[in-house]
Design a protein around this ligand. Structure first.
Ligand code: ADP
Ligand code: MG
Length: 295
């Protein structure tokens, strides 16, 4: 499912004196199969934009399509068509909010994950539900037998977050959108969760992944394309490398990945590395350069 946004605008509290324009004409296409990043300063509209993708926030102005879902219906007929397929949209576009573990509520991990299936597929028998729950819990790298009867609150932070993600995956979304997926985890937890997302993507469990992130190392390491949001617009859509070399003021305020920073310093003393800023490529190129200089 491809995402196409054209001139998307959104104003909170539109009719009140407290109105606040959050999106100011977002033009952005995200292709099926991408591992895509969204970056930008706080308040630039990232969360407002992604919440449009599964209809949590209805389109006010502009056009938005997700696969064959028209999220900006123009007439009664189109509105009716969207309403009819709303549940399907919600299941196809999985949304993982910031700190999703805060939304765990059931007494057991099993019940929490099962909630998603029962919600989207009330027709399934308990054993069919169990098959799906087991699969989702194993997909996020947890031991089903070990965790199914536990209270989510007895799990570690990283495990809780996995349970929350399992609760989204259980509806078998094609697109998975995650707002700051590794925020608040320790460095190892961060690495493991990012690696889980890559596994989901590489094995086709989900076709498209979109992450919102503040962390430029995480962006340069993980995504193939990135959109920079500023004042309610996607002002740049490019590769991470292009973003970090752009010299744009908004980019400078966000900071650079360590690799880009070091490359810049080395360049100033005449050593050109020219990696794609991913750690592995950067190290390979530094070694290559070292050998060249050493002769
Ligand atoms: N529920 C809301 N009510 C009013 N204004 C909001 C609400 N949510 C966000 N905003 C405002 O909309 C703008 C964009 O916010 P948001 O989409 O959350 O940005 P980001 O995720 O990039 O930090 C900000 O100015 C923010 O204060
Ligand atoms: Mg946000």
């Amino acid at each position: 499912m491809q995402i196409i946004s054209k001139g998307l605008t959104y104003t909170y509290n539109k009719k009140s004196e407290f109105k606040k324009t959050a999106l100011n004409g977002v033009d952005l296409s995200i292709n099926e199969g991408e591992f895509f990043g969204i970056v930008g300063e706080t308040g630039s509209g990232k969360s407002t934009f992604i919440q449009h993708l599964n209809g949590l926030i209805p389109v006010q102005n502009g056009e938005l399509t997700v696969g064959d879902f028209n999220l900006s219906p123009k007439d009664k007929k189109e509105k009716k068509a969207l309403k009819k397929r709303f549940k399907e949209l919600r299941s196809k576009v999985g949304m993982v909010f910031q700190y999703p573990e805060y939304q765990l509520f059931a007494e057991t991990v099993y019940e929490d994950v099962a909630f998603g299936v029962k919600n989207f597929h009330p027709e399934l028998s308990e054993s069919e539900v169990e098959t799906k729950v087991k699969k989702a819990i194993e997909t996020v790298g947890l031991n089903y037998e070990e965790v199914k009867g536990k209270s989510p609150f007895d799990l570690s932070g990283g495990q809780k977050r996995r349970v929350a993600i399992a609760g989204i995956l259980v509806s078998e979304p094609e697109i998975l959108v995650l707002d700051e997926p590794v925020a608040g985890l320790d460095p190892i937890g961060k690495k493991r969760l990012m690696s889980l997302l890559h596994t989901l993507h590489d094995t086709g469990v989900v076709k498209t992944i979109i992450i919102v992130s503040h962390d430029m190392d995480e962006i340069s390491e993980n995504v193939s394309r990135v959109a920079l949001f500023s004042q309610g617009r996607a002002v740049k859509v490019c590769t991470p490398k292009e973003l970090f070399l752009s010299g744009d003021d908004a980019v400078k305020r966000l900071g650079l990945p360590v690799t880009a920073y070091v490359e810049d310093k080395l360049s100033k003393i005449g050593i050109e590395i020219n990696s794609n800023f991913k750690t592995k490529d950067f190290i390979d190129k530094v070694i290559e350069k070292y050998r060249e200089i050493k002769g």
